[in-house]
Design a protein around this ligand. Structure first.
Ligand code: ATP
Ligand code: MG
Ligand code: MG
Ligand code: MG
Length: 563
C-alpha cells in the first residue's frame, strides 16, 4: 500500500475526549474515528488489525470443531419475553419498532436466537453435541461508554454456544473453548490471565471463567495467588463505591465485612440474571465458605423494600430486631445473620412476617433458630472467595494474594438448561425420553481486544504492534521522494516484499523526514526500512519498533532479514 493513497490522517494533539492511552493512540494514529458516544468507524489501518484478530479467532474456533454461522442483529422482542430476560436486561437493550409497531431488539447477545434456532433444527441426541459461533456486531446501551473500543455501544464480538446431552458433555465443550481461548490470546501476544468469575445461579464447579488482559486501567480487580494458578475476579471497585455512597458507610465497617465480597443486590440481579422480584433489596455478605443469594419464599410483596441505613451485623453481635432498631434507629429494619452470616435488611412488613415465623424479638433468636429453607431459601450461586490483598490463598498453602487490574476480553460460561427450558429446546435421549439441551456460551470482545493490545503494547512515541496483529509488517520510509535514486530503491524494495507476500506500507508522501519518522512510530509497524542517503550505494537502514538499535543493510540483506 502506498501511503500517499491511504485514508489516514495522524493527529498531533491528544483528543480531549480520550482518557486512556489506547483510546488516544488509536485516534491519533488514525485507526478509528468516533461517530457518536461508544460508536466508531474503523479506518483502513484499524480494519486490518481487526481482521487479523478475527482470522486468529476463526482459525482457533474452526480448529476446535466449532461451526461458523451468522445470526441476525434484529431480534423480535417476544423472544426476549419468552426467555424472561426482556426486563432483566433493562436499559442496556437497544430497541426499535418496525412499521407494524412490532418491537425489536438490536442483539446484545444471542442466547435466545441460537436456542430458538437449535430447538427447530435438532430433535435427537444423535445430532448432539454441537457448538456454533459467529463474529458479529453487538449493541448494548452502556451506561458509561468509555475508553474508545473498550466499552462501546456498538462493538464486535465473537460469541459461541454449545449444546450437549449431558453435564459431562458440557464440561468437555467448555474445556475445548477454554483451551481455544488460551490459544487465541497467546497468538495475539496478550498478557492475560484466566480467572474464576461469578457463575450465577447455574454454575457448578468452575462454571465461569473470564479472560483478563492485565492493564492498570482495567475495570476489574482480580485476586492472584503468588504461588499457585488461582485467580478470581473480585469486581470490587464497582461494587463498593455505590454501596458506600448510597448507605453512607464508614470504611472501618466495610473492612470488617471483607469489602471485596460485598455487593448490592442490583449487581447480583444483573450478574446472576435473577428475577428482581424474587430477591429482597439487601446487601449480601459472602461468608463461611459459600456464596449465597437470599430469596424470599412465597409470594410476598418485596418490591418496595428500601434500605435506609446499614450497619454491620457482626459488630452488634447477632441481630435481633429490637437491638438493631435501637442501635441504628432504622424504623423499618430487620437484621438477621442467617446462620451463614448473610445479612438482610427488609422493610417493616416483611420484618413482621419473618418475626411471626421465627420469633425475632428474642435476643440472638435468628442466629440460633433461623432455619435456612424454612425462613429463607438459600440458593447456592457459586464458590466462596473470601479474599483480601495480602491474605493467604484459599487454594494452596504457600501463596499470598495480590490484586491486579484487568480488562475482560473473554468470558466462558456454563449455562446449563436455563435457556433450553424456557425456550423449550429439547431432544429425545437414547430411551426416547425428552430432555432439555445443556448449554454453554462463550464470548470474546474482538474490538475490545484491539484496544487492550494497544494498552499493553506502546511507548511514549506510539503503538508497538505484536507481529501477528500489525496492519503491515514493514514500513518503508522514503526520506526524499524527489531523489530519483531513493525512489528507485524504495520501489524495488516495495515490489520485492510485496511479491513475497509481506504486507508493506510505503511512505511515498512528499513530507519531511521528521514527520515520517514520527508518524511511523505512532502507527507502530514492527519493522521500518529507511531509504535515505545511502540508497545510492544500495543500502538501507533497518529498524525494529520495539528496540532502539539500527542496522545498515544491503537491499537483498534487508529482504532476507524480513522473510
Ligand atoms: P463487562 O463486564 O465489561 O460489561 P460483560 O461481562 O457484560 O462485559 P459479556 O456479556 O460477557 O460482557 O460479553 C462477552 C465479551 O464481550 C466480554 O468478555 C467483553 O470482552 C466483550 N464486551 C462486552 N461488553 C462490551 C462493550 N460494551 N464494548 C466492547 N466489548 C464488550
Ligand atoms: Mg456488561
Ligand atoms: Mg463482565
Ligand atoms: Mg462477561
Amino acid at each position: 500500500m502506498r501511503q500517499s493513497n491511504l485514508l489516514l490522517t495522524t493527529l498531533r494533539e491528544v483528543p480531549s475526549e480520550a482518557e486512556t492511552i489506547s483510546h488516544q493512540l488509536l485516534l491519533r494514529a488514525g485507526y478509528i474515528r468516533q461517530l457518536a458516544a461508544g460508536v466508531y468507524t474503523y479506518l483502513p489501518l484499524g480494519r486490518r488489525v481487526l481482521r487479523k484478530i478475527e482470522t486468529i479467532v476463526r482459525e482457533e474456533m474452526d480448529h476446535s470443531g466449532t461451526q461458523e454461522i451468522l445470526m441476525p442483529s434484529m431480534q423480535p422482542a417476544e423472544l426476549w419475553k419468552e426467555s424472561e430476560r426482556y426486563d432483566v436486561y433493562g436499559k442496556e437493550l437497544m430497541t426499535f419498532k418496525d412499521r407494524h409497531e412490532r418491537e425489536f431488539i438490536l442483539g446484545p447477545t444471542h442466547e435466545e436466537v441460537v436456542t430458538s434456532l437449535v430447538r427447530n433444527e435438532i430433535s435427537s441426541y444423535r445430532k448432539l453435541p454441537v457448538t456454533v459461533y459467529q463474529i458479529q456486531t453487538k449493541f448494548r446501551d452502556e451506561r458509561r461508554p468509555r475508553s474508545g473500543l473498550l466499552r462501546g455501544r456498538e462493538f464486535l464480538m465473537k460469541d459461541a454456544y454449545s449444546f450437549d446431552i449431558s453435564l459431562e458433555g458440557l464440561d468437555k465443550s467448555y474445556l475445548q473453548m477454554f483451551d481455544a481461548y488460551h490459544q487465541i490470546f497467546k497468538r495475539c501476544g496478550l498478557n492475560f490471565r484466566a480467572v474464576q468469575a461469578d457463575s450465577g445461579a447455574i454454575g457448578g464447579e468452575g462454571g465461569s471463567h473470564e479472560f483478563m488482559a492485565l492493564a492498570d486501567i482495567g475495570e476489574d480487580t482480580i485476586a492472584v495467588c503468588s504461588s499457585c494458578d488461582y485467580a478470581a475476579n473480585l469486581e470490587q471497585a464497582e461494587a463498593i463505591q455505590p454501596i458506600k455512597k448510597e448507605l453512607n458507610l464508614e470504611l472501618p465497617v466495610l473492612e470488617k465485612f471483607h469489602t471485596p465480597n460485598l455487593r448490592t443486590i442490583n449487581q447480583l440481579e444483573q450478574e446472576l440474571e435473577i428475577q428482581p422480584e424474587q430477591i429482597m433489596k439487601t446487601l449480601i455478605y459472602e461468608g463461611s465458605g459459600q456464596f449465597f443469594a437470599v430469596v424470599v419464599r412465597g409470594d410476598h410483596e418485596v418490591n418496595e423494600i428500601k434500605v435506609s441505613k446499614y450497619i454491620g451485623a457482626a459488630e452488634i453481635g447477632l441481630a435481633d430486631y429490637d437491638a438493631v432498631k435501637s442501635l441504628t434507629g432504622v424504623e423499618s429494619g430487620f437484621v438477621g445473620p442467617v446462620g451463614l452470616q448473610i445479612t438482610v435488611l427488609v422493610d417493616a412488613a416483611v420484618a413482621e412476617m419473618i418475626q411471626g415465623t421465627t420469633g425475632a424479638g428474642e435476643k440472638d433468636y435468628h442466629y440460633r433458630n433461623v432455619v435456612p429453607g424454612r425462613d429463607f431459601e438459600l440458593e447456592h450461586v457459586g464458590d466462596f472467595r473470601n479474599v483480601a490483598e495480602g491474605e493467604g490463598c484459599p487454594h494452596c498453602e504457600d501463596g499470598i494474594l495480590h490484586f491486579e487490574q484487568g480488562i475482560e476480553v473473554g468470558h466462558v460460561f456454563k449455562l446449563g438448561t436455563k435457556y433450553s427450558e424456557k425456550l423449550e429446546a429439547s431432544f429425545l435421549d437414547r430411551s426416547g425420553k425428552s430432555q432439555p439441551m445443556i448449554m454453554g456460551c462463550y464470548g470474546i470482545g474482538i474490538s475490545r481486544l484491539l484496544s487492550a493490545i494497544v494498552e499493553q503494547n506502546h511507548d511514549d512515541q506510539g503503538i508497538m504492534w505484536p507481529v501477528a496483529l500489525a496492519p503491515y509488517q514493514v514500513h518503508i520510509l522514503m526520506m526524499s521522494v524527489k531523489d530519483s535514486g531513493q525512489l528507485a530503491v524504495a520501489e524495488e524494495l516495495y515490489n520485492q516484499l510485496t511479491k513475497l507476500g509481506i504486507e508493506t506500507l510505503l511512505d511515498d508522501r512528499d513530507e519531511r523526514a521528521g514527520v515520517k519518522f514520527k508518524d511511523s512510530s505512532l502507527i507502530g509497524i514492527p519493522v521500518t526500512l529507511v531509504v535515505g542517503k545511502e540508497a545510492a550505494q544500495g543500502r538501507v537502514e533497518y529498524l525494529e519498533r520495539t528496540s532502539a538499535g539500527k542496522e545498515t543493510l544491503e537491499i537483498f540483506e534487508a529482504v532476507s532479514h524480513i522473510q
